[in-house]
Design a protein around this ligand. Structure first.
Ligand SMILES: [Zn+2]
Length: 488
């Protein structure tokens, strides 16, 4: 695209939406591509300039931006920006003394943290996508290591997976400004793009500039392979796919096994934030309420759920490590048999956390296309887990009563052995009791049904939990028990 066309486009964007929107667009220009979730997280984390003054970006800016035409939807919920627009927006941010280079660095550091869980994904598509974001962030923080990584990735793609060649070369091109010192890498990238597109003459011209001897070039301290002479004179290769495959990202969101980046809470009195107010994508924000719901459920029916943290498991902070007792026992047997730690990405999900997801899906937030209405998700049964390394665990888990959910939700297993109960109505009842205890003038029926009345109250519940967790009688009883058992 031509520079003056783009300048006009940015100008009209500013006229239509205002300076605050433009500032958010500049921030969101740094990642190679954005998802609604990433954009939300940028919005929540960058509410101030580098001098600590608020920049008052309204929350609607997030949706406005996605449909502003500055980004193009290149896959489901994945938006990419033209490289020239991107560069101009980043320069706008850099030239503004309230943001400058420092903000570019802060954004890069944020991006590195944000993609960390995706780098460890089982899904190669998600991993590749996260790697590209990592190169981007590193190009601004540690350009040499970014250049080295990109050079090696190009060389590998050339040898093993030509499909990736254009994609990685496009990353190099997009990052040509922060990587401007690495001229040979830029030439190598251009050559590979031409090579992959079948422009062999053009490719040869580029490669000849950096060819050292034989089929090698030295780029950013590493030795990279160049296509052989005869490869550069053969017939055209087939055309290549340019955009990311997105199924992986989608399934990642669907199974909910993501450890979302924790974002700063809005400047509000925490006790006044209700479940319905949650627009950030992490369900961790309702943890206070979730803990009360689990405690209460175990009052409604004792030992409905037991904690399985003491097994040989690794878990993210967003995981509630609760299962029904027989499911925990079976899990222990499977882990003992394989004798390595099991990485659990999701287990029990309270109806409060599920309502957050349900609200996100209804409002088309956080890239969640569909979600179960509480308490209908399997994750409300206390019999479900989402894990890493599902292929290798599958035989061990299946031997001990766990059933794999199949390709539609590859990381998900349900315990189907004996002696379990359906605790979902009880989990609703637990909430209804908790609500009535704290709202004696607005009582609802304690029927275990998630009806409209109940949904409304759960949406109006404080995310940090209610002031009263149990009746006075129960509190006294618990105090007495702990005195007897000698615990404080
Ligand atoms: Zn699951």
């Amino acid at each position: 695209m031509k520079t003056d066309t783009i300048q006009r486009q940015i100008k009209s964007f500013k006229k239509r939406f205002g300076e605050a929107h433009l500032l958010l667009a500049c921030h969101a220009a740094l990642p190679l591509a954005i998802t609604p979730d990433l954009l939300y997280c940028i919005w929540t984390n960058f509410q101030q300039d580098v001098k600590g003054r608020g920049i008052d970006i309204p929350w609607v800016a997030v949706t406005d931006l996605l449909f502003s035409g500055l980004w193009e939807e290149v896959g489901l919920e994945i938006y990419e920006m033209d490289a020239t627009i991107r560069e101009m927006l980043l320069n706008y941010l850099k030239d503004n003394h309230n943001f400058g280079e420092q903000r570019i660095k802060e954004l890069s550091e944020f991006l590195l943290v944000y993609i960390q869980p995706q780098l460890e994904s089982d899904d190669p598509d998600i991993q590749e996508f996260a790697k590209a974001q990592r190169w981007t962030a590193q190009a601004y923080l540690r350009p040499k290591s970014s250049a080295k990584g990109l050079g090696l990735a190009l060389s590998r793609a050339y040898q093993h997976d030509r499909d990736d060649l254009i994609r990685i070369a496009a990353v190099v091109e997009t990052l040509s400004e922060p990587l401007s010192k690495f001229k040979k890498l830029l030439i190598y990238g251009r050559g590979m793009t031409r090579f992959a597109r079948g422009d062999l003459e053009g490719a040869k011209a580029e490669f000849d500039k950096i060819r050292r001897w034989g089929n090698h070039a030295h780029v950013a301290g590493v030795r990279l392979l160049l296509p052989k002479h005869q490869e550069l004179t053969r017939e055209k290769p087939k055309s290549f796919r340019v955009y990311w495959r997105t199924l992986g990202i989608l399934s990642l969101v669907l199974v909910g096994g993501v450890t979302w980046v924790q974002v700063q809470s809005p400047p509000q009195d925490p006790s006044s934030i209700k479940v319905k107010d949650i627009t950030t994508c992490s369900t961790r924000v309702v943890n206070g309420l979730s803990q009360q719901l689990i405690n209460r459920l175990n009052v409604v029916r004792s030992k409905s759920l037991v904690n399985f943290e003491n097994l040989n498991v690794d878990m993210g902070l967003a995981v509630w490590p609760y299962l029904q007792p027989p499911a925990k026992k079976a899990l222990q047997e499977a882990i003992d048999e394989r004798d390595i730690p099991l990485v659990v990405n999701s287990a029990y999900r309270t109806i409060a956390a599920q309502l957050v997801l349900w609200n996100h899906a209804r409002n088309e937030r956080c890239g969640i296309p569909i979600a179960y209405r509480p308490p209908e998700s399997n994750h409300q049964t206390g019999l479900a887990i989402d894990i890493r390394d599902y292929q290798d665990w599958r035989p061990f888990l299946e031997k001990h009563g766990w059933q794999w959910d199949g390709l539609k939700d590859r990381v998900h297993f349900d315990y189907v052995g004996a002696n379990t109960i359906d605790i979902r109505a009880d989990s609703v009842l637990a909430f209804q009791q908790l609500w009535n205890l704290n709202n004696p003038t607005d009582r609802i029926e304690e029927n275990g049904m998630f009806d409209a009345e109940t949904e409304l109250r759960l949406n109006n519940s404080p995310i940090d939990g209610f002031p009263k967790e149990a009746s006075l009688w129960f509190t006294l009883f618990k105090g007495l028990m702990s005195l007897i058992s000698g615990r404080s």
